[in-house]
Design a protein around this ligand. Structure first.
Ligand code: SF4
Ligand code: SF4
Length: 349
């Protein structure tokens, strides 16, 4: 079922929705971009639908709404602690198909990766509903079609922004009452079917081949290029690494709160251990880890899909212009070369 609405009417419905939901969307933060004369597009609460930046790709994903950059877990005093709480307000999030698919990857990492669920993620995730934003033609760094994440049916509402009105699809029964007075029209959202950028995924089908992939020379090239800044992982909808940190309120070190804070596998100290040990000493080794996590390990463990959804934000954010799409294609070429060499060796025996 679809509806045609003016922006004014949509804002009236938004006000009704805000009695039950906090509404988040990509918003413009003027002058806060990478350079002083550029804007930042990131998620924030909106009061009116005109605030939604629908015709540009956001610099950051919506993951920070359900997996905050910094999040109190519990508060402690001398001899007791209390878990942090969340309110009952729902979360209504305007999101692209790739991001909705990316949140499914986060669900897997936080809720299905081991014997118990992450309750801090669960309590926010259960409150979240999505308003799908049509992408039109997509953007030049997207490769969602190659990753199969250009489509989704996992949304409550879908919206097409037109110059003087909006088309809205209502899939979720819980939202139908908000639109009962509106003019019905035929509308279902369209999805991007091709991107200018494509990737070929590596087919790593044996542990012997994986060992050779570890030793590829291509990783060493990134030792001088990658700055280990972690900008790519902060922008990534599917990156879920965090650390914990205690915030002490005053000079009494026994009173404060424990927070979880985003971390990055690209940071030099990510694997730091007591005694000065670390598992991935160079930027190239860390980038190799990240690459294989996104296009090999996750699927090897959970079977259904690769972790990367091809949003292309890592390419957009990297200050060294390192392209993850290029890395994936280079890796695929190397894997094919290794396979060919192995079959020639067998044929020559
Ligand atoms: S690895 Fe890059 S392209 Fe893939 S989901 Fe993360 S930010 Fe998007
Ligand atoms: S790949 Fe780019 S964005 Fe990511 S850590 Fe390296 S320099 Fe930073």
């Amino acid at each position: 079922m679809g509806y045609s609405l003016s922006y004014g009417r949509m804002n009236e419905i938004l006000k009704e929705l805000q009695q039950n939901y906090r509404v988040y969307a990509p918003r413009r933060w003027a002058g806060r971009g990478r350079y002083s004369d550029t804007d930042l597009i990131r998620y924030g609460e909106i009061a009116a639908v005109e605030e939604v930046v629908h015709d540009e790709k956001s610099d950051f994903s919506p993951k920070e709404i359900i997996f905050p950059i910094t999040q109190p877990l519990f508060y402690f005093t001398e001899d007791e602690y209390r878990e942090s709480r969340v309110d009952d307000q729902g979360l209504l999030i305007f999101a692209r198909p790739c991001d909705i698919n990316g949140i499914r990857r986060l669900d897997t990492m936080f809720l299905k990766n081991g014997d118990s669920e992450d309750s801090y993620y669960r309590r926010l995730r259960d409150k979240a509903r999505f308003v799908l934003m049509e992408c039109g033609t997509g953007w030049d760094t997207c490769f969602c079609v190659s990753m199969g994440s250009n489509r989704t049916s996992d949304y409550s509402l879908a919206v097409r922004f037109l110059p003087d009105h909006l088309l809205v699809e209502v899939r979720d029964e819980a939202f139908k009452r908000y639109f009962s007075q509106e003019r019905e029209v035929e509308f279902t959202p369209e999805f991007v079917t091709s991107n200018p950028r494509t990737v070929r995924l590596p087919e790593i089908d044996s542990s012997g081949l994986l060992r050779k992939v570890y030793d590829l020379e291509m990783w060493k090239e990134y030792n001088s290029r990658c700055q280990s800044c972690g900008a790519c992982t902060a922008a990534c909808i599917t990156c879920s690494c965090f650390t914990t940190s205690d915030l002490i309120y005053n000079e009494n070190a026994r009173v404060g709160e424990r927070r979880r804070v985003w971390a990055s596998c690209l940071h030099e100290d990510f694997t730091a251990m007591a005694g000065g040990l670390g598992f991935r000493a160079t930027p190239g080794e860390r980038l190799r880890f990240r690459t294989l996590h996104k296009v090999y390990d996750y699927k090897a463990r959970f079977k259904e899909e690769q972790m990367c959804v091809g949003c292309g934000r890592c390419d957009d954010r990297c200050p060294e212009f390192i392209s993850f799409a290029t890395i994936i294609n280079r890796l695929s070429d190397e894997v094919e070369r290794l396979k060919k060499e192995a079959s020639q060796e067998v044929a020559g025996q």
